[in-house]
Design a protein around this ligand. Sequence first.
Ligand code: ATP
Ligand code: LTN
Length: 337
Amino acid sequence: MAEFSKEKKTILSGIKPSGELTLGSYIGAIRNWKQLQEDYNCIYCIADLHAITVRQDPALLRKRTIMQLAQYIACGLDPEKNVLFLQSHVPAHAELGWVLNCYTMVGELNRMTQFKDKSAKHADNINAGLYDYPVLMAADILLYQTDLVPVGEDQKQHVELCRDIANRFNGVYGDVFKMPEPFIPKLGARIMSLSDPESKMSKSESDAGCITLLDRPEDIMARFKRAVTDSETCVRFDPVNKKGISNLMTICSAATGMTFEQIENQFAGKGYGEFKPFVGEAVVELLRPVREETERLLKDKAYLNSVLDNGAQQASYLARRTLSKVYRKVGFYSTDK
Ligand code: ATP
Ligand code: LTN
């Protein structure tokens, strides 16, 4: 079980089990989670309550949930150092979410770009949960008195809304919630699709432009070889005019540790025909241990279940402390002495 220390700051983040984890979520989020586990109290959830804001196949959702836990561990998140749990196993998330609804303005939710994007993509199912999604995310964060929230660029607006909600609540009742900060990586905060460098690589729209953590090496190579670039031949970082190549350079840098300058020098005069497979190989090697370890872990369901049981127990204990305080502050009657 993870040991928490009062001296360390607390980190919380989560990912919905709404599809296969992608290279985007690995570079934008999980890679940083792993680096932070030594120095912070770390809490990572699998956000299944959030996943159902878009219609899910129940059997597939169950399967993806346990696969996502295996992938968290395979990516290097040690259950002895991190609290890993399933959002639906800790009722305090939904409970605090309700309370926070009453401290969130409709006007604030109307401004959320993820809601606008998802409503456009799922026009036949613009449900209240999709609209309310950022409030539940605020509950996830505030329950644990979180200091830092490591996420990709697309989630920054939600963390800012969380701060606004916390500020409003604290303004009425005193310092109940710690004020969280978003932690966005300098490199790779927004990995783009390989087939359309104008859109984010995303698990629920996985296509030829998306790499998932469990993809086979030959599929990864094929996708990199077909990556959309531009009509020049020069490997140069220019995210305005050369979006495709700049995206590949970002992925390359994240996978190998090379700087943009080193990449430009190594491929000077060589063209894209050599660069694309080089990035493909680097990603294959980056993901190989993750895929192999995930496959191994998935054979041991008893172990994975025990991680979830321990995680839920630990998360529930921490979450209850904040929830009880919130209930007291808003004036809910308690029979406790
Ligand atoms: P969906 O398509 O279901 O909305 P997604 O692929 O966008 O999902 P999320 O579950 O929303 O993935 O994101 C998980 C985490 O990974 C978040 O912190 C998010 O900011 C980050 N992330 C997701 N996609 C990318 C990306 N392409 N580049 C960088 N970070 C990303
Ligand atoms: N909305 C996030 C997933 C998420 C999350 C969180 C991230 C749910 N709860 C709490 C950080 C903190 C997304 O990636 N789409």
